[in-house]
Design a binder for this molecule. Structure first.
Ligand SMILES: Cc1ncc(COP(=O)(O)O)c(C=O)c1O
Length: 390
């Protein structure tokens, strides 16, 4: 057999998603399909994004497109933005520029975890944590979110911790549920992680996966756990707020509360580890664009209108839904309780939602609000009619 064991584990843990992805790619040929599945763009790219890239495209020096590690102006823009957003004293050296959140997560794993270490992940949660952990020779350990309101279940995390736990991954605003967790949750989690680290004589790290941080509704506030627990890092991507996940840029940021010796050690490790994992830096053009992109965003008011339209009509029709506080997803319980059957039946009518089985929650479904308002409005009558299966 050619494939490595970790390759086998990574492949099998993402098989359901890759199969679904190919099915959906075939569907892209159908101009009448109403696609509410992945968080992909359905409208032309933001002028703020294309303008920023156009501005940087023409070389200004011979080394414009030379090998680039983390570019200083990008690190400075990120640190300044984080200081304002999170009220913590980030410095440019705390920031490693990466290929989106994917790259930042991979870097975090390489920085603090060793082969065989356990990493706790939320369920339901993003479907790529598991294959990424397998590919890094790490063991994913699921910890369920609260089954009724999908808040973070700290006791479930505590029960999942063992002597081999090295990282706990949290995600707020959360994919697929749209929940945003308050500071009180992080303070509580910090107590548990501190206690467990002492009990097992080994530091447990917290990785806060925050690519949806700037996509929140109704003025709801945001607290990052890096303000509650020093041994923590943020991974971020511009792919969501710009709705351009094909232009890869993001970062890993160390908590400014990290003790000085560890902060210095990790800062110095950024460059060699990023090189070692396969030149894990964003392309030059995207890094040059970061300062201009810091304040560019998809239209949150329009996203709110889409959320309100769908949430309002489906709730009124009798669906049980989690009201999204952030992200561009709507999460609900499938009428009849079998989301695969529910999604298949809608697919026959040309409406495509993501079944919760992709997130190990086969009774639920996810709708992407990145679809156009026109798509949403065309899908609504059938979605409403499907509320009460015969
Ligand atoms: C929760 C979560 N984390 C990380 C990522 C990766 O983001 P990117 O592809 O922009 O690196 C995604 C993308 O869907 C996500 O939903």
């Amino acid at each position: 057999m050619a494939l490595s064991q970790r390759g086998v584990r990574a492949t099998s843990s993402i098989q359901r998603v890759t199969a679904y992805l190919s099915k959906m790619q075939a569907l892209a040929q159908d101009p009448d399909a109403l696609d509410l599945t992945f968080g992909n763009p359905h409208e032309m790219a933001l002028p703020g994004l294309t303008g920023a890239m156009r501005e940087q495209l023409e070389p200004r020096s011979v080394d414009w497109y030379a090998y680039k590690s983390s570019e200083r102006p990008a690190q400075e823009a990120v640190a300044a933005g984080l200081r304002v957003e999170l009220g913590l004293d980030f410095e440019p050296d705390d920031i490693a520029m990466t290929q989106g959140a994917f790259g930042a997560i991979e870097l975090a794993l390489a920085l603090v975890a060793d082969a065989g270490d356990e990493v706790i992940i939320p369920v339901p949660g993003w479907f790529c944590y598991e294959p990424m952990l397998h590919a890094a020779n790490l063991a994913p350990v699921p910890a369920a979110l609260d089954p009724t309101d999908f808040s973070l279940d700290i006791e479930a995390i505590e029960r999942a911790i063992t002597a081999r736990t090295r990282i706990v991954i949290v995600n707020s605003p959360s994919n697929p549920t749209g929940r945003v967790f308050p500071k009180a949750t992080w303070d509580e989690l910090a107590v548990v992680l501190e206690r467990a680290s002492r009990t097992h004589g080994r530091r447990i790290w917290l990785l806060s996966d925050e690519p949806y941080r700037r996509i929140r509704f109704d003025g709801i506030g945001f607290a990052s756990p890096v303000g509650s627990y020093p041994w923590s890092m943020i991974d971020y991507s511009y792919g969501k707020v710009l709705l351009a996940p094909g232009q890869r840029v993001g970062y890993l940021a160390l908590s400014p509360l990290l003790p000085a010796a560890e902060r210095a050690e990790l800062r110095q490790a950024f460059m060699p580890i990023q090189l070692a994992i396969g030149w894990g830096f964003p392309d030059a053009l995207m890094q040059y664009s970061v300062p201009a992109l810091e304040n560019v965003s998809i239209d949150i008011a329009e996203l709110t209108r889409k959320r309100d339209t769908l949430y309002g009509a489906l709730s009124a029709a009798g669906y049980t839904l989690t009201r999204p506080e952030g992200t561009f997803y709507l999460w609900g319980t499938a009428p009849g309780g079998d989301a695969d059957a529910y999604c298949d039946a809608l697919a026959e009518r040309g409406i495509h939602l993501m079944p919760g089985s992709i997130f190990e929650r086969p009774r639920h479904f996810r709708v992407s609000l990145t679809a156009t308002m026109e798509t949403i409005e065309r899908a609504l009558p059938d979605l409403v009619a499907a509320a009460h299966p015969r």
